[in-house]
Design a protein around this ligand. Structure first.
Ligand code: 5BU
Length: 264
């Protein structure tokens, strides 16, 4: 395994070549071609607002992250429209479902119910807390569809109960499922394995946090200093007076941090 510095310097193009999972490959390739390592956390509550964001900001994103269960006027049509926007503007859809139950239950939550997450979301995530069964349950549904899973290895919130040992065990678990797990939600680079993608929420330029425990860092801190790959930004973009201009600013800041890290 190359040294940590050498891995840090690998470009997204190179990491696309080194990835075995087709979705990880696709994500690295589209990040390189769009020059974007920005994900939008589109936490709006109206279907029209979500679709407007997908179509206006979509060209500047690598990933659009949803919480589909906060949409007040949800219909299955919304997920079909989201998928169309994802194809048109070349980004991936990530439903931030944070599954956390036994394998048999998460399997049903992922494929069924109202939201049918596995049918439209390229990516979803899970807390590894229950053990390998949660990955195996989700994998049964998601792998045949070509979907990918991100494991929650760290949280951005103040007072999180996750400690270093839990994070390390999460990385070990991810390495056991290379055909389904393509990376982590985390606050820093956790492994030298170039195929695994690190995505970091809790990113904002204008604020240090909210009054419910969220803690923010800048894109430069998350990507250059902490070695993550993708910055996930929510309110910093969609609550801005001009979301499109704000998205362009976060995209540029995140991309410059990546270029500095990869010494491009
Ligand atoms: P914000 O508006 O940029 O604070 O939104 C952050 C988003 O990332 C929001 O959708 C959260 O649910 C999500 N998130 C997070 O903030 N921190 C975490 O550790 C994880 C997810 Br995991």
């Amino acid at each position: 395994m190359p040294s940590s510095t050498a891995v840090q310097n690998l470009t997204f193009e190179k990491r696309a070549q080194l990835s075995q999972h087709p979705l990880a490959k696709k994500l690295f390739q589209l990040m390189a071609s769009k020059k974007s390592n920005l994900a939008l956390a589109a936490d709006v509550t109206k279907a029209s607002e979500l679709l407007d964001l997908a179509n206006s900001v979509g060209p500047y994103l690598c990933v659009l992250k949803t919480h589909i269960d906060i949409i007040d006027d949800f219909t299955p049509e919304i997920t079909r429209e989201l998928r169309k926007a994802a194809e048109k503007h070349n980004f991936l859809l990530f439903e931030d479902r944070k599954f956390a139950d036994i394998g048999n239950t998460v399997l049903q939550q992922y494929q069924g119910g109202i939201y049918k997450i596995s049918e439209w979301a390229h990516l979803t995530n899970a807390h590894p807390l229950p053990g390998p069964g949660i990955i195996e349950g989700l994998q049964k549904v998601g792998k045949p569809k070509g979907n990918g899973l991100l494991l929650l290895a760290q949280l951005s919130s103040q007072g999180t109960l996750i400690d270093a040992g839990y994070t390390r065990k999460t990385v070990d678990l991810a390495l056991r499922y290379p055909e389904f797990v393509i990376g982590f939600i985390c606050q820093e680079k956790l492994t030298d394995n170039p195929a695994l993608i690190h995505m970091t929420p809790g990113v904002q330029l204008a604020s240090k946090g909210d009054d419910l425990g969220q803690q923010y860092n800048t894109p430069h801190h998350a990507i250059f200093e902490k070695g993550s790959d993708i910055a996930i930004v929510g309110r910093g973009i969609f609550q801005h007076a001009n979301p499109l201009e704000s998205a362009k600013e976060y995209r540029q800041a995140s991309w410059e941090a990546y270029q500095k890290k990869a010494k491009l």
